[in-house]
Design a protein around this ligand. Structure first.
Ligand code: SF4
Ligand code: SF4
Length: 373
């Protein structure tokens, strides 16, 4: 078996399957175990108990799938055309949704493509051990991606590549073939700290370390409880995820657009008006979010997130009435609605609009974001 030739072919096949970059690494992540344990011990994973439950298995792919000796790490770009970062983020009457979630859920697509890659390899080498993983699996996908040469781990803890920035998904195919490995990527952040200083909730507590409990992505997606008050104003109009740390990153000036139609903005999110989205009943939410990752958070959490954004919007009688109509669905939601109504009342008193404190982000937006039309 000529493993070098096979590795070269795997990269060609993976590109044909829609992956923009592919790398191969071994399974030794020992150097990351202490940091992972420290992060878990500090409780930075919040209510994501499954992270602690899986423990060090996340750093040991060969425990997850016995016999694994290599990981094929893949990248799929998701930035849709007409990203409209500024249009949505700066207009407090609109909802901001993380750009990865505007279209279809990526898990199924990437897992299917990885499975096809495994089958293509099988055609070549005969039966072998492999299993695809995407995102939520108990695996340290970012250190693996860095090892495989897909990019380095930025100070915001995401992987970025100097040719394309960070707007991409990662996936892994665990295999039992001893392919030659690629050269790991080197850190290119330098002295930049833009992501750290721009984070609305100061969630990046140290270089490369995010306290998920402070991160808007965690709070709006993973966490279904009462969002601590200290984060509600900084959340602004971000109702599902947050892209600020990527938005300000200088390397994202070179980002590429997705060639997957699935990741384009879906029709029901073309005009993300807060009041219109809040008016969806549960049936409309489920229908409009069919095939979307957003559907997983459920209608009540959707309303909870929107009610915070509505509290942060400039005073409007329509907002007040819409909020009042939703009282009584759940105690958690009621708490956020009461807060939002209090914010609205406060704004009448102060006659002021949204308190936009993220000056650096606004400066970046004013400079013009590529492809923001
Ligand atoms: S996603 Fe938003 S809240 Fe989370 S670390 Fe990045 S900038 Fe901060
Ligand atoms: S904003 Fe700066 S520090 Fe943060 S990931 Fe990008 S280059 Fe690195």
């Amino acid at each position: 078996m000529n493993y070098q030739e096979l590795a070269d072919n795997i990269k060609i096949w993976a590109n044909d399957l829609g992956f923009q970059k592919v790398g191969i690494c071994d399974v030794n992540l020992q150097e990351h175990e202490a940091a992972l344990q420290k992060w878990l011990d500090a409780g930075y994973h919040g209510s994501m108990d499954w992270m602690a439950r899986h423990g060090m298995m996340r750093a040991r792919p060969d425990e997850l799938l016995p016999g694994t000796v290599r990981v094929i790490s893949v990248r799929m770009d998701y930035l849709p055309p007409k990203a409209q970062f500024a249009t949505n983020l700066v207009d407090p009457t609109q909802a901001y949704i993380s750009r990865y979630a505007l279209g279809r859920d990526y898990h199924k697509l990437i897992r299917n493509q990885l499975k096809k890659l495994g089958q293509r390899i099988e055609q070549e080498v005969g039966s072998f051990g492999y299993r695809p993983f995407v995102d939520s699996a108990p695996i340290l996908e970012r250190p693996l991606a860095q090892k495989a040469g897909l990019g380095w781990t930025g100070k915001h803890s995401l992987i970025l590549d100097k040719e394309c920035g960070s707007w991409f998904f990662l996936g892994e195919l665990l295999i039992d073939l001893p392919l030659p490995v690629d050269t790991p990527s080197e850190d290119q952040c330098g002295k930049c700290k833009a992501c750290m200083t721009s984070c609305p909730t100061n969630a990046i507590i140290e270089e490369g370390i995010v306290d998920a409990r402070r991160c808007i992505s965690y709070l709006t997606i993973e966490y279904d409880g009462v969002i601590p008050e200290e984060f509600r104003k900084p959340m602004g109009n971000r109702i599902y995820g947050c892209d600020d740390c990527q938005l300000v990153c200088p390397w994202n000036r070179f980002s590429s657009l997705t060639d997957q139609d699935d990741f384009h903005r879906r029709q029901s999110l073309q005009n993300p008006d807060l009041i219109a989205l809040f008016a969806w009943d549960e049936a409309s939410f489920l229908k409009n979010m069919e095939g979307s990752a957003i559907r997983r958070i459920g209608h009540v959490q959707w309303l909870r997130n929107l009610s915070i954004a509505m509290g942060n919007a400039p005073y409007s009688q329509d907002i007040v009435e819409a909020l009042q109509m939703r009282i009584g669905i759940s105690p958690v939601l009621d708490e956020h609605i009461e807060w939002a109504l209090a914010q609205q009342r406060q704004q009448i008193k102060e006659k002021s609009g949204i308190d936009i404190t993220h000056q650096r982000l606004i400066r970046v937006i004013n400079k013009g974001i590529p492809r923001d039309a």
